[in-house]
Design a protein. Structure first.
Length: 302
């Protein structure tokens, strides 16, 4: 199993703590103030990273959608104008970069087009993420691979042959793979968490993770127990906020609980070597009717 450095502080892979990503995406609703609040809350919860999404609207919005009217918090406008409204520019990302440094938390982005990769390279991210929609976008994957940075392929809305084709074409160098199902929110019956094991068996040298869009936390915790080396959940200040991703996102209180429970799981997993702990000795002496000679001589282990 490879261990891949994604920043000067953190790595993903065997022997590393689960890398926990709070997916801000576009839940900032175009507001730097909201973005900073989300970073603050993610850092306070103990997340390892926050992730954004970066698009060039004219390249990522189908032309037949450009002039459709949409009700937004800024009033009624065309869809292409709305897409511009929720994009952050250089000044905002420079402020985000500094704010994340101040909060000692990693940040990176999913780029949806090649100019967005050039844009993000100005901030030298330690890793890139591909949205599930981009798994078949070979030109975009090639662009990111040329940066030499590690990258995460998310596998929602993808058939198995599409996943295999992308990995066969681009290899496993610097690669991490996230199991995902692209429904928002995703019903438990469609999460298919056993795919984590399938991907681990197919690509044993590659760190496999989980990107979840379900409601609740239990299934994400299950992914960690199943061996996910990184997990990602959409993150919001309030699920009732306006926007397409808020309803399938985790609020700050839930993120605190998720991080706490993941760290408890990591501690509880142990090393698989059976031992008698000092905390058990009193119970052993009170409750065990037959004590073997070996137990008589047993020295408790801390």
């Amino acid at each position: 199993m490879k261990t891949i450095a994604v920043s000067n502080r953190k790595s993903i892979g065997q022997g590393q703590p689960t890398y926990i990503i709070a997916e801000i995406g576009i839940n900032h609703n175009g507001s730097l103030e909201i973005a900073k609040k989300l970073i603050d809350e993610a850092a306070a919860a103990g997340c390892d990273a926050v992730k954004f999404q970066k698009r060039t609207p004219e390249l990522c919005t189908p032309k037949d959608q450009w002039h459709l009217q949409r009700d937004t918090p800024w009033g009624r406008m065309t869809y292409i104008n709305y897409r511009h409204k929720v994009e952050l520019g250089y000044d905002e990302y420079a402020a985000i970069d500094q704010h994340c440094r101040d909060k000692n938390i990693d940040w990176f982005a999913s780029c949806w087009d090649e100019p967005s990769v050039d844009f993000m390279e100005q901030f030298n991210p330690g890793v890139y993420k591909f949205a599930s929609a981009s798994l078949t976008d070979y030109a975009l994957i090639e662009k990111v691979k040329a940066t030499g940075k590690p990258y995460i392929l998310s596998t929602g809305m993808s058939a198995m042959h599409e996943i295999e084709s992308a990995i066969e074409k681009f290899g496993i160098d610097n690669l991490m793979v996230a199991h995902s199902t692209s429904a928002y929110p995703c019903p438990p019956a469609e999460l298919n968490l056993k795919m984590i094991h399938t991907l681990q068996e197919l690509y044993p040298q590659t760190p496999i993770g989980y990107s979840g869009h379900e409601t609740g936390l239990a299934t994400t915790l299950s992914a960690v127990v199943m061996g996910a080396y990184f997990v990602e959940r959409h993150f919001t200040l309030d699920r009732a906020m306006w926007g397409s991703d808020h309803a399938a996102s985790v609020e700050p209180q839930g993120m605190h609980k998720l991080v706490r429970d993941i760290r408890d799981i990591e501690t509880a997993m142990g090393d698989g070597i059976k031992r008698v702990y000092e905390s058990e000795m009193g119970v052993l002496k009170r409750l065990r009717r037959v004590i073997t000679p070996q137990q008589e001589e047993l020295k408790p282990l801390a």
